[in-house]
Design a protein around this ligand. Structure first.
Ligand code: SF4
Length: 217
């Protein structure tokens, strides 16, 4: 194992997927340290540090006692190039692999078999304009595109972008998620229903199961 195959990890744990098209499924979560953005609603921004693990050590931790899908999240996993090797190694072991990314870094090198959850940051996130539009070329019907909505202005912006960029031609998994502490799910539901788009409202069920301080996954 060479040094380029070492990843800085904040935590590895097993839980229920709290959001997106795979909500409710048991998964192993690998939270990679560090992020290049600074969103106003971030609940993992302190996760800049953590121990280093080899790819083999990570795979061992997500292989016992159960074999669940592996969800690689952050922070921003693609900040560390070694995340790409982790994905390849897990896929070569016939594992189901998911990657959550903030959409600002190039997806070109991500193994196509990985299932992606890709954010498009709204103006209200504090990281508006960070999305790399060329990443749309790598979105497939298996992937999620996610908007975290902080206000009605954010919602209207997300609807405009959905139409302008024809996002529903990329994937049916278009996730509109209320930013925790910013808007209520009921408000988002009231905005979605008359908008005519077949988007999905996702409400971070892990925070409802275990409490509002539970970190996003
Ligand atoms: S992209 Fe995610 S991890 Fe990074 S600052 Fe935003 S919410 Fe936090």
């Amino acid at each position: 194992m060479t040094s380029q195959h070492i990843l800085r990890i904040n935590e590895i744990f097993t839980s229920i997927q709290g959001e997106g098209a795979h909500v409710g499924r048991p998964m192993h979560f690998v939270r990679v340290s560090g992020c290049n953005l600074n969103c106003v609603y971030c609940d993992t921004i302190e996760n800049k540090s953590g121990p280093y693990f080899s790819i083999d050590e990570i795979i061992e931790k997500v292989s016992s006692p159960w074999i669940y899908p592996v969800f690689i999240t952050g922070g921003e996993p693609l900040m560390q190039e070694e995340s790409l090797f982790l994905i390849i190694q897990l896929l070569s072991g016939n594992r189901e692999v998911h990657l959550e990314t903030n959409g600002s870094l190039d997806l070109n090198a991500v193994a196509p078999k990985a299932i992606k959850s890709v954010d498009i940051k709204t103006p209200g996130s504090g990281a508006g304009g960070s999305f790399l539009k060329s990443n749309l070329d790598f979105i497939t019907v298996r992937d999620d595109i996610k908007f975290v909505i902080t206000s009605k202005d954010d919602f209207d912006w997300a609807v405009d972008i959905t139409k302008e960029w024809k996002l529903l031609e990329k994937t049916p998994n278009l996730i509109f998620q209320p930013a925790w502490g910013f808007i209520e799910p009921a408000s988002l539901a009231e905005w979605i229903l008359p908008c005519g788009l077949p988007v999905r409202l996702s409400i971070q069920i892990h925070k409802h199961i275990w409490g509002p301080d539970t970190k996003g996954v």
